[in-house]
Ligand binder design. Structure first.
Ligand SMILES: Nc1ncnc2c1ncn2[C@@H]1O[C@H](COP(=O)(O)OP(=O)(O)O)[C@@H](O)[C@H]1O
Ligand SMILES: [Mg+2]
Length: 321
């Protein structure tokens, strides 16, 4: 078993737990006679701290939605236990502080965006006065105009539907927001905007737990990441912890004097400049370069990509069971 870091580093550790699960497993019975069993989750142990943006990655069928449903108290676990906002899984009080954007939210398409929000506000028991005040705030928060809110959902684009889905997940001003594949099906602009919305939730101090199979989305916005493969958590930690911050620097420089080339390997000419990997620490190289009358054009810290790491960890477990 690979090493799994279950705690955020002390420097980044937020104050308290938003959720924690231990040894969580979920087995579904399938088939006509319900005699086939699928282990959708196996022995998952995981903590997410308040204020964190946590990304759960994994190929299709890895168990991401199942884990989210267990955390939301929609399905009970077969084994293990956990807490959400300090309460046991499925607790009604904790649910009042939680928001949820399902994977493929289904809305009745003849309702307007505003009507969907009114409906959700009623479910949360908000009174008419509070609901009236809350809806314009929510529309603004997810970047929908009031005119857009007045339109029927059948006239919405996929991006607008995701926004109204997010708005309904925020109706109760939750502390903890679960987003299941919030970027899927969106075009690059829509994905960018959804990422910005997630970041704005983080700025408001909310804890965001989101599932995705799109590595770049997770890489750009998450404080910590978990990787699920065939129901098992195969990696957990910050990107620095998972990918390592290898002390490998790539330098791109221009220098009239050849002597500095002794401090690099894998040298390549690039027009009138050079690039290569430093053999010495960057401060020393910069010193030598400056003394030789050269200029540093770019210095990059190299580390393996999340994609390489993901492929290594998930390996042949990417195939559906
Ligand atoms: N209600 C269910 N009944 C039976 N099997 C299920 C059910 N929900 C999910 N599964 C199975 O559990 C596994 C994990 O599914 P899911 O959690 O939806 O994965 P992901 O969200 O990572 O794509 C899959 O093999 C899926 O077929
Ligand atoms: Mg899913």
């Amino acid at each position: 078993m690979q090493s799994i870091t279950s705690e955020p580093t002390t420097a980044t550790r937020p104050a308290s737990l938003a959720l924690a699960v231990q040894g969580l497993g979920k087995q579904y019975r399938t088939g006509f006679w319900l005699n086939r069993r699928v282990d959708s989750l196996k022995d998952c142990t995981l903590s997410v701290y308040q204020g964190e943006t946590f990304g759960l990655l994994g190929p299709n069928g890895a168990g991401k939605t199942t884990l989210m449903k267990v955390l939301l108290g929609i399905v009970p676990p077969t084994t293990g236990s956990g807490t959400v906002l300090g309460q046991p899984l499925g607790d009604q009080e904790a649910k009042k502080q939680v928001g949820y954007l399902p994977e493929n939210p289904y809305f009745y398409e003849y309702l307007s965006g505003t009507e969907v929000l009114v409906f959700t506000a009623r479910l949360f028991g908000l009174d008419t006065h509070t609901t009236r005040a809350r809806i314009p705030e929510l529309l603004a928060q997810v970047g929908l105009s009031e005119e857009a809110g007045a339109k029927q959902l059948r006239k919405y684009s996929k991006g607008m539907l995701q926004r109204i889905g997010l708005a309904q997940a925020l109706v109760n001003n939750p502390q903890l927001v679960f987003l299941d594949e919030p970027m899927s099906g969106l075009d690059p602009m829509g994905r960018f905007q959804m990422r910005e919305l997630v970041l704005s939730l983080k700025r408001q101090g909310k804890t965001v737990f989101f599932n995705s199979h799109i590595l770049s989305d997770v890489e750009q916005i998450c404080d910590r990441v978990g990787i699920l493969a065939q129901g098992e958590l195969v990696a957990l930690g910050s990107l620095d912890e998972l990918l390592g911050v290898k002390e490998t620097y790539h330098a791109h420089f221009r220098c009239p004097d050849q002597t500095v080339t002794a401090y690099l390997t894998d040298l390549e000419p690039l027009g009138d400049s050079w690039q290569g990997v430093l053999k010495v620490d960057p401060a020393q190289f910069l010193n030598e370069l400056t003394q030789a009358g050269g200029v540093l054009l770019e210095l990059k810290l190299q580390r393996p990509s999340l994609e390489t790491f993901f492929v290594e960890r998930v390996g042949n477990r990417a195939t559906p069971r």
